[in-house]
Design a protein around this ligand. Structure first.
Ligand code: ADP
Ligand code: ASP
Ligand code: MG
Length: 411
């Protein structure tokens, strides 16, 4: 008898029929003898609708109240899934994030998990019950309801799997695994049998929203096998794990893209120690993650500094950077929305010759202008106009022949 933590995403629980489908799948697994903890997202677009509703009553909804409001989305689902299981004669109990023991810090809207106290869940499992948990939420030390961030209900099951020492974590969504690129952009993208934590972490950090990057990261830290599969069929899905994948070394395994990027440029920045810290520290204090950073060589001790952030952070970041610019004596701050980024990801590709050249040649042949380039050991990222992103992904997928099966799959 294995302990499994499952998660069903928003599309998989979008209406009563789909909730009953989830309940049937859970019931079958329970009857087969597994102990199950099942994390659920809000139904369909509920979270977006709640945010919209809040914006209709207030221009600046208070973060505390917004978190309580958003947490209700997942609560509705977990209750309905428990009810659907009861009607299939399965003993089930539903818990909020707080009841499930998810303790977080106080950063409303992007809280981080500090600890998981799994005693309540363990008690329920011992009684033979299926435990349904509302994803995406926790409780702070001050007993305030918190949420973990958009798309962050993926984090809950991995955190619970770690705390409960589960055998594996299964993420069920509307696509039957991790593909070589977003199948909505590249229809002949190929499903990967498996992928390493590092590669998945890069792909999801760079825009592959099929799994939240913090879920990939937690899986890696606690060494939890994570399977991503469809809630609509029985395909095996993709295994995310830490095993060595000799066959796949030096290959482009995935392409990630994000068309919601913004670019901030500081002009006339004095070139002296401490300047970068003066700009990036206040951004970090406001939990704004900065992505690609490029600093030009200085001319007469003045330089330009450009970096990218998520579009949704642009308004707040511009205010912060303008204040910092004044302090350090930079001449100008330029903020530009409608930027996108496209990345190729694969262990070892940075050090293997040819990948960067092929990427740049492909983009230039497609008439795409690269505005910035950045690399890590396992990825190469190009910043471009948001409107060029889809064209770039399609061209790169073809250029790297990613629709073809990998050697390890041909037998
Ligand atoms: P859920 O509501 O279940 O959390 P999401 O919409 O967050 O589902 O994530 C699933 C979507 O992620 C898919 O429908 C797909 O369009 C998108 N996606 C982006 N990149 C990839 C990829 N490399 N492989 C699979 N799906 C991807
Ligand atoms: N319901 C939340 C959102 O839409 C969390 C999630 O579904 O992952 O962002
Ligand atoms: Mg998701």
């Amino acid at each position: 008898m294995a302990l499994i933590v499952q998660k069903y995403g928003g599309t998989s629980v979008a209406d009563a029929k789909r909730i009953k489908n989830v309940a049937r799948r859970v019931a079958a697994r329970h009857k087969a003898g597994d102990k199950l903890v099942v994390v659920v997202s809000a139904m369909g677009d509920t979270t977006d609708e709640l945010i919209e509703l809040a914006s209709q009553v207030s221009d600046h909804p208070e973060a505390r109240e917004l978190d309580v409001l958003l947490s209700t989305g997942e609560m509705v689902t977990k209750t309905l899934v428990a009810m659907a299981l009861h009607s299939l004669d399965v003993d089930a109990v539903s818990l909020t994030g707080a009841q499930a023991g998810l303790q977080t810090d106080t950063a409303h809207g992007r809280a981080r998990i500090l600890a998981v106290e799994p005693a309540r869940i363990e008690r329920e499992l011992e009684r033979g019950r299926v435990v349904i948990v509302a994803g995406f939420q926790g409780i702070s030390e001050e007993l305030e309801v918190t949420t973990l961030g958009r798309g962050a209900s993926d984090i809950t099951p991995v955190a619970l799997a770690a705390a409960l020492k589960a055998k594996q974590c299964e993420i069920y969504t509307d696509v039957d695994g991790i593909y070589s690129a977003d199948p909505r952009i590249v229809p002949d993208a190929r499903r990967l049998q498996d992928i390493s934590y590092e590669e998945m972490l890069e792909l999801s950090s760079l825009g592959a929203n099929v799994l939240h990057p913090r879920a990939a990261e937690l899986g890696m830290v606690y060494d939890i096998p994570v399977i991503v599969a469809s809630s609509f069929n029985d395909e095996p899905g993709t295994l995310i794990h830490g095993g060595v994948m000799m066959e796949q070394f030096n290959k482009v395994r995935g392409i990630a893209s994000d068309a919601h990027v913004a670019k901030v440029t500081l002009r006339g920045v004095p070139d002296r120690p401490g300047i970068a810290a003066a700009i990036f520290e206040p951004l970090a204090e406001h939990h704004i993650s900065v992505d690609t950073i490029v600093q030009n060589t200085s001319v007469e001790r003045l330089t330009d500094l450009t970096f990218t952030i998520a579009s949704s952070d642009l308004k707040q970041a511009t205010k912060i950077v303008e204040a910092a610019a004044k302090q350090i004596g930079a001449t100008e701050v330029l903020a530009e929305d409608n930027v996108g980024k496209v990345s190729i990801v694969g262990t070892g590709i940075q050090s293997a010759p040819g990948y960067a050249a092929r990427m740049f040649r492909t983009l230039s042949d497609a008439g795409i202008n690269m505005e910035m380039i950045s690399t890590s050991e396992i990825r190469i990222t190009c910043i471009m106009k948001a409107t060029d992103v889809e064209k770039a992904v399609k061209a790169l997928h073809k250029a790297f022949e990613m629709e073809k099966a990998e050697a390890s799959e041909l037998s």
